[in-house]
Design a protein around this ligand. Structure first.
Ligand code: ASP
Ligand code: MG
Length: 422
């Protein structure tokens, strides 16, 4: 008898009919003898709807008190869907109870709209499971030290599910979603993309951080830290398919890089349009410059990604980096008011029409020439590379946004990702 956590995404919870299907599926797992904890997202569109309402009424400058209310508001989406799922389970003849984050003791820090889970108190859930109940836990939300409701960032129910699985030492955490697994790249961009039966945890972490939206990055970090066995699978298979078949479907995120792993050098191509490039021109080339520029940015809680500093000429250099596109205006504003005047830099220029395309694979560790092959493929397509960043298992390039699809397809083909693995 295993302890299993199921997580259902917003699309899977999108209507009462779909919620009924989720309930039937969960009931099937419970009847097979498993102890079940279920974490649903808000019904699809609900979080956007709520945040849209807030936007209409929002003050000119977002403040911490405003962000607090955003969490108070957005957390209700999950609360509603959790209760609905518990009701649907009861209709299936299954004993079920739902809990909010605070009833469950999901303790977070106080960073509203992107809080981090610090602790989970699973005592109550264990008692319910012992009494034979299915427990529905409201995803996406927690509570800070002072009792304020917090949320975990968009897509945060994934993290709730994994964190609960970690806290309870679940045997497996199954993330049911509207795709049937993790693909070599987004099939909407490359129709020949293939589903991976397995992907290593490290690759998944890179894919998630580089723009693949299948899982929230924090959920993968959590899974890695606590070694939670994680599987991404479709919620759109018929609910009554054979449970043994269902249990091995989708993509398993694995910690062992065993022989059965696909032997490809590159496992996937990730991309992201959510990028913007900022260059600070003519900065004096002396110690402390990077700290001076990026320190101010970090203090404003803005995440910086790819960074390059040019060779200096006449004691001056150019410094470029990328940020999330949504943070572009704020970053430029900050640099102009806080950094330019004290730094003696000449100017700041920005470009929001860029994207980042990355190849990812643990095979890159043991193979040379993978990055150069990437550069060759892009040059053959006439695509100019603006920035490059590498790690042990990935190479990313920043290019003009209009070539994104072309780059993804060309790389997908060049690295044989359209070919079934042996
Ligand atoms: N409902 C939240 C969102 O849309 C959290 C989630 O679905 O994971 O971001
Ligand atoms: Mg999601």
């Amino acid at each position: 008898m295993a302890l299993i956590v199921h997580k259902y995404g917003g699309t899977s919870m999108g209507s009462t009919e779909r919620i009924r299907n989720v309930a039937k599926r969960v009931a099937k797992w419970a009847r097979a003898g498993h102890r079940m904890v279920v974490v649903p997202s808000a019904m699809s569109g609900e979080t956007n709807r709520l945040l849209g309402l807030a936007k209409e009424l929002a003050p000119a400058k977002p403040t911490t008190p405003y962000n607090r209310e955003l969490d108070m508001l957005a957390s209700t989406g999950e609360q509603a869907s959790s209760a609905l799922l518990a009701i649907a389970l009861q209709s299936e003849g299954v004993q079920a109870v739902s809990y909010t984050g605070w009833q469950m003791g999901v303790q977070t820090d106080s960073s509203y709209t992107k809080a981090r889970i610090e602790r989970i108190d699973d005592e109550r859930v264990r008692a319910d499971l012992d009494a034979g109940r299915v427990v529905v836990v409201t995803g996406f939300q927690g509570v800070d030290e002072l009792g304020n409701i917090t949320t975990l960032g968009r897509g945060g129910s994934d993290t709730s599910a994994v964190a609960i699985a970690a806290a309870m030492k679940a045997d497996e955490c199954l993330i049911y979603t509207d795709v049937d697994g993790v693909y070599t790249t987004d099939p909407r961009v490359e129709p020949d993309a293939r589903r991976l039966a397995k992907i290593s945890f490290e690759e998944m972490l890179e894919m998630a951080s580089l723009g693949s939206k299948v899982l929230q990055i924090r959920s993968v970090e959590f899974a890695g830290k606590y070694r939670v066995p994680l599987r991404v699978l479709s919620s759109f298979t018929p609910w009554d398919i054979d449970i043994n078949e269902e249990a091995v479907s989708g993509t398993l995120i694995t910690f062992e890089e065993d022989e059965t792993m696909e032997q490809a050098v590159v496992s996937g191509i990730a991309f992201s349009r959510d990028e913007a490039k900022i260059s600070v021109l003519g900065v004096p080339d002396k110690p402390g410059i990077a700290y001076h520029i990026l320190g101010a940015v970090a203090d404003a809680n803005i995440e910086v990604d790819v960074i390059i500093q040019n060779l200096s000429k006449d004691g001056k250099t150019d410094f470029s980096f990328t940020v999330n596109r949504a943070e572009f205006a704020r970053t430029v504003d900050l640099l102009k008011t806080k950094v330019l005047p004290t730094l003696g830099a000449a100017d700041i220029v920005g470009d929001t029409k860029i994207c980042k395309v990355s190849i990812v694979g643990i095979g890159m560790r043991s193979h040379v020439g993978v990055a150069s092959k990437m550069f060759r493929v892009l040059s053959e397509e006439g695509i100019n590379i603006q920035m490059i960043s590498t790690s042990e298992i990935k190479t990313s390039v920043v290019i003009d946004e209009k070539y994104m699809e072309l780059a993804v397809r060309a790389l997908h083909k060049a690295f044989d990702l359209d070919q079934p693995a042996n």
